[in-house]
Design a binder for this molecule. Structure first.
Ligand SMILES: C[S@@+](CC[C@H](N)C(=O)[O-])C[C@H]1O[C@@H](n2cnc3c(N)ncnc32)[C@H](O)[C@@H]1O
Ligand SMILES: [Zn+2]
Length: 290
């Protein structure tokens, strides 16, 4: 069976074994009891438990499961569906969510595409996150997808092996995404728009500035054609302190604000805010490497 996975030690293909994966040089990686495979090498770990911690992961899961970000997920699904419907391939197509967190977006994508008749190819779904806790939760959402603990800076996929990479509110590594994408493959990059979480940000910062445009456009210029951009904006009303604290724990503000400001947010039972999200679809240039 052909493999799209790459051994993190020697870069040769990884093949499926009874217990996990192994390359021709006998580097082997067993699946965890929960069903995911950890492909981060100990020497490449920059901290003991990299990525989101259990509290952040569980806050994100609780919040996302309330459905408040379903319109964002629906917008992503539409963008992915359009890309995959236009693919002219004969075999299956391979999709990766890079920085998948606890799996919300990839699971909803799979459900949506199962009901999108224009997408006719069989799809294999892969999710990667550097947080072991996040990947554990993702595996619980759907054990049939391939979940890996790995970094976006060293993705465990062979060159030109994927049709589409999704990257939602997560760190991005443009050369690495380009390396693993097939010619003409797509990168769907999702980031906060200028007014995202206004309402919460006004409580946190004395002067609220708009989010700056993401640096990705410039970084992607050499490897990807200019992106199409869709913007999703809508108001949100959070109805309990738990919802507000869960949202806060999903954001970088949680770590950046002082105790006094955190206390102000912790005193709230209701919060009206704005969701503003941008979805960029980049296509890998044919002249690019790979
Ligand atoms: C804001 S969360 C977004 C998660 C998910 N895409 C979502 O929107 O629900 C950012 C994610 O990036 C992950 N992350 C941080 N650094 C990473 C890296 N170098 N490689 C892979 N994932 C990383 C974190 O563990 C976390 O799950
Ligand atoms: Zn190897």
């Amino acid at each position: 069976m052909t493999s799209i996975l790459q051994c993190p030690v020697c870069r040769e293909p990884l093949l499926v074994t009874a217990t996990g994966y192994q390359c021709a040089a006998n580097h082997s990686f067993d699946a965890a009891r929960q069903g995911y495979v950890n492909l981060v090498l100990a020497q490449n770990k920059h901290s003991k438990e990299p990525g989101d911690d259990p509290e952040m992961v569980l806050s994100r899961r609780r919040f996302l499961d309330l459905g408040y970000y379903n319109p964002v997920s629906d917008g992503i699904n539409e963008a992915v569906g359009t890309v995959l419907a236009g693919l002219e391939r004969e075999n299956e197509c391979c999709v990766l969510d890079a920085g998948c967190g606890e799996g919300f977006y990839l699971q909803r994508l799979k459900e949506a595409l199962a009901h999108t008749p224009e997408v006719r190819l069989p799809i294999t779904y892969h999710g990667v996150d550097v947080s072991k806790f996040a990947v554990r939760q993702a595996t619980q959402r759907d054990r049939t997808m391939a979940w890996f603990v790995a970094s976006i800076n060293d993705l465990p996929f062979l060159d030109t092996s994927l049709d589409l990479v999704l990257n939602v509110f997560s760190p991005a590594n443009i050369p690495e995404f380009s390396r693993i994408l097939k010619q003409g493959g797509s990168l769907i990059f999702v980031n906060p728009g200028p007014r995202h979480l206004n309402g919460l940000r006004e409580i946190i910062y004395p002067v609220t500035r708009e989010h700056a445009p993401p640096a990705i456009t410039e970084k992607a210029e050499a490897l990807f054609a200019p992106a199409t951009v869709a913007r999703i904006t809508y108001p949100l009303a959070l109805a309990s302190n738990q919802e507000i604290m869960d949202l806060l724990a999903m954001t970088p503000y949680y770590w950046n604000i002082d105790q006094e400001t955190k206390g102000k947010v912790a005193a709230l039972d209701r919060l009206e805010l704005e969701v503003d999200v941008e979805i960029r679809v980049f296509k890998k240039k044919s002249a690019a490497r790979g």
